[in-house]
Design a protein around this ligand. Structure first.
Ligand SMILES: [Zn+2]
Length: 327
């Protein structure tokens, strides 16, 4: 079986039906066995020790007890604001996202009552962008942090009803926001926006492009958002045509990857080229070229050419094709 992409297959049970049991959720919030994934202004908590791989920091209930309080009403406040979101169960232990964005100095907030009590060293601890270190985390940790970040981001952007403008409140343990205006009461659900990402193939060569914001030398697969009223296959063909003027024929699905930076799912495809002359759209790309399989297999990353980041589905699409398992 194919290995899951980074940020997918988190190894936990979402336990979606439990979201509708407010007492159970409150009890789990106050349960000493429960664990909390901190998020601060779209950043994740990580421990970096010199010379070692970064580790996700997931806090035990004792680390956050002072912050969350011990009463049902305090727990309900955190839940109603969407600052605590139930993520799921790992080995029957409830995991929650804990959004500390309201605090200007979140590490100080967490230090009291102290990490020390929880046996967590504070040196090397920082909030950072998951994109910078996600690919070096254990896969399950990366997936859990990605979900926590995505939920916190959605809550931060849906505090008001898009229909009538009244404030919304979080329900179902953070998986719905409902408008507080009784005549409206519209329910808003977490969003994930589909984007297609495709490796265009032409026999023994593939089409890769370079966005001017990429790292020096980095080339990657083409990608773009799916538009309303558009099939995935049509989105693949349109994006390739717009960016490079290449026409594609058959389109084959490969796999998908949650990409909560901030709220996407990447749908990965191989697309067979039906034409080969490239015209780059310089408003989108800096360059696009055909790369031969043999050249890609023998090239070592440098500032003239490097592969996309290791945790990306773009890298996966290219590597699987190089290994002969792609179309
Ligand atoms: Zn409303």
């Amino acid at each position: 079986m194919r290995e899951p992409n980074f940020y997918a297959h988190p190894g936990f049970e979402r336990a979606g039906l439990r979201r509708r049991e407010p007492e159970w959720i409150r009890d789990r919030m106050l349960d000493r066995e429960s664990l909390f994934v901190p998020v601060w202004r779209s950043q994740s908590l990580v421990l970096e020790v010199e010379g070692g791989e970064p580790q996700a920091v997931i806090l035990g209930a004792e680390s956050v007890a002072m912050l969350l309080g011990s009463s049902d009403s305090e727990a309900e406040e955190w839940l109603a604001h969407g600052r605590v979101v139930f993520l799921g169960l790992i080995d029957d232990r409830a995991h929650f996202a804990l959004d500390l964005s309201a605090h200007d100095a979140p590490l100080d907030t967490l230090r009291s009552p102290t990490f020390a009590a929880a046996g967590i060293a504070t040196t090397g601890l920082r909030f950072g962008d998951l994109r910078q270190f996600g690919g070096r985390l254990a896969r399950q940790e990366g997936a859990l942090l990605a979900l926590a970040r995505a939920m916190a981001f959605w809550h931060s952007r849906h505090r008001f009803c898009g229909v009538c403008g009244a404030p919304t409140r979080s329900e179902e343990a953070g998986h719905v926001r409902r408008c507080t205006e009784s005549g409206c009461a519209t329910m808003h659900f977490p969003r994930t926006d589909p984007a297609v990402i495709m490796l265009v193939t032409d026999g023994d060569r593939v089409l890769l492009g370079r966005n001017k914001n990429f790292l020096p030398g980095m080339y990657s697969t083409l990608a773009g958002f799916v538009e309303p009223g558009e099939s995935l296959e049509d989105a693949v063909a349109r994006e390739v045509r717009e960016e490079t003027a290449i026409e594609v024929g058959a389109v084959h699905y490969h796999s998908s990857q949650p990409w909560p930076f901030p709220a996407n799912i990447m749908l990965g495809f191989y697309a067979e080229a039906a034409s080969t002359a490239i015209t780059v759209d310089y408003s989108e790309l800096e360059d696009a070229r055909w790369f031969e399989r043999e050249w890609l297999l023998s090239h070592v990353d440098d500032d003239n050419f490097r592969m996309p980041r290791r945790d990306s589905i773009a890298r996966r699409l290219i590597e699987d094709w190089l290994a002969g398992s792609g179309s």
